[in-house]
Design a protein around this ligand. Sequence first.
Ligand code: ATP
Length: 278
Amino acid sequence: MSPPEPPSAPGGSAALSIEDLHVTYGRAVEALRGVSLELPAGRVVAVLGSNGAGKSTLLRAVSGTLGLHRGAVVRGTVRVGGQALTGDPARAVRGGVVQVPEGRRVFAGLTVEENLRAGGLGQGRQSAAARRRARERVFELLPVLAERRRQRAGLMSGGEQQMLAIGRALMAGPRVLLLDEPSLGLAPRMVRQIGSIVREINRQGTSVLLVEQNAAMALAIAHRASVLENGRVRLEGPAAELAAGDEVRRLYLGAAEEDSPGPAGAGTPRPALSRWTA
Ligand code: ATP
């Protein structure tokens, strides 16, 4: 079950809006071909799609990091709180957009505390008191990070590293959190835990754009979802409707393979759409 639609934000404002976005890599690969998508303030929107559909590209376009991958926006706009972003990652962070990258890249040689400190560095004007408050909020939300605060990040489990990657992003006080496949490679119990954490982050006021291959997990958390295929939006709608319909099931799980294993290397079964609960 996806959460009920929360009341509309004042004026129905969009935290993030993407319009007719076209992205290419090395001027040859057309990764996005006219993607439009809106993240209303205070909501969770999921972006689903199989390998190569364009999900990470979409997040890179929003976080302004396409240039690092030799990609470029050739047409279309990305607006955060009504302001057009320019493809400058620092500007995106100052605009309140923070990405948790795929593969939970934490600084393995640094402690949990040092990783969290690094997460607040983009916020130059933050006072020491604001940084302390941000850290206390992260520890409340993710108590395991408080328990392990002096442990080196590289020694933590995959799930704990994912929590640290999320905690580090929260240190910057994002208005919009971009999550790139937070469930990847995690056991079902840990996936459920991460799902509950994302819900709580959203409940506390952060809008979330959640990229996932795990449709069951994402649709249980999100208010709305878009399904990408070959760089285009193939389906869009309320998450509950997509979860109940046949098309997402057919696209991701196969007609009779609800419990089939995930992609090679993930090592965990994909839960059925109807059975996943956060
Ligand atoms: P996955 O779930 O495997 O990460 P995805 O949906 O995130 O897939 P993208 O990584 O956005 O898909 O890839 C979209 C398309 O762009 C694919 O055809 C991919 O091969 C191509 N692509 C992605 N990154 C690059 C790059 N740095 N250079 C060239 N092509 C790229």
